[in-house]
Design a protein around this ligand. Structure first.
Ligand SMILES: [Zn+2]
Ligand SMILES: [Zn+2]
Ligand SMILES: [Zn+2]
Length: 230
């Protein structure tokens, strides 16, 4: 990729000088640091990268610089679910979308012409002229899938995940009780919420079930494969 960083930096210098903002060198140091990374950085990442270069600035100052950079169209602010805002370079005319790992936060960029065309077509079919879009795919990255424990008690699953009931521990009583709720080995559950105090909300087919923590611990599950999801 052609590196236009020096042009970007010169443009930005002109902007901050025009705006009579002061602290020009400090602002340029922030921008330099940002331009040298190709990652999707949070404010915290920026603070760390700056410290590594020996710059100790106030977070508010850095945030302000980044937001100004966004405002002028040099950077893009992305808000992915469950993560603090991230900044990335904005290369004019080059669009990409994201895959986000809900476990480790890894972000992968992708571009797919077929998908882009399909989105324009879908919008047009609804009478929309598409101006912009964001495609975000949430899931587990390959490293996180490998690290996954194959069998875990249900409460360890995260909201949004689909799991398969592998076995029900805790003897006949537990099996009977769960059986009366319609839960059997091989069934797929969708974790709707496991933040609620003392219970877990899961989707089972078209019904929602609230399971007490104790009983949920007895359900051993594994992550559902794509072909197991109904
Ligand atoms: Zn796209
Ligand atoms: Zn991951
Ligand atoms: Zn990106």
């Amino acid at each position: 990729m052609i590196n236009n960083n020096h042009i970007e930096k010169a443009n930005f210098r002109r902007l901050i000088e025009n705006d009579k903002l002061g602290a020009v060198d400090e602002r340029l140091n922030v921008i330099d640091t940002f331009l040298d990374t190709e990652a999707h950085v949070t404010l915290e990442d920026m603070m760390r990268l700056l410290r590594e270069r020996g710059y100790d600035y106030e977070p508010d100052f850095v945030r302000q610089c980044m937001n100004r950079w966004v405002k002028h169209g040099f950077a893009q602010k992305e808000i992915f679910e469950g993560q603090p805002p991230r900044y990335e370079h904005r290369h004019l005319g080059k669009h990409h979308d994201h895959l986000i790992c809900t476990k480790c936060g890894k972000i992968v960029e992708f571009g797919n012409d077929e998908l882009e065309r399909l989105q324009i077509k879908i919008a047009a079919e609804q009478g929309f002229h598409m101006l912009q879009h964001k495609m975000e795919i949430y899931g587990l990255c390959s490293a996180c899938i490998e690290k996954r424990i194959p069998l875990m008690p249900l409460p360890m699953a995260k909201a949004g995940e689909r799991v398969v009931i592998e076995e029900i521990s805790g003897g006949k009583n537990a099996r009977t009780r769960l059986g009366s709720m319609g839960l059997r080995p091989g069934d797929v559950l969708e974790i709707i919420n496991n933040n609620a105090v003392g219970r877990l909300i899961v989707g089972h087919g078209s019904t929602r079930l609230a399971l007490g923590w104790g009983v949920a611990q007895k359900i051993m599950v594994s992550l559902a494969r794509q072909d197991q999801i109904p």
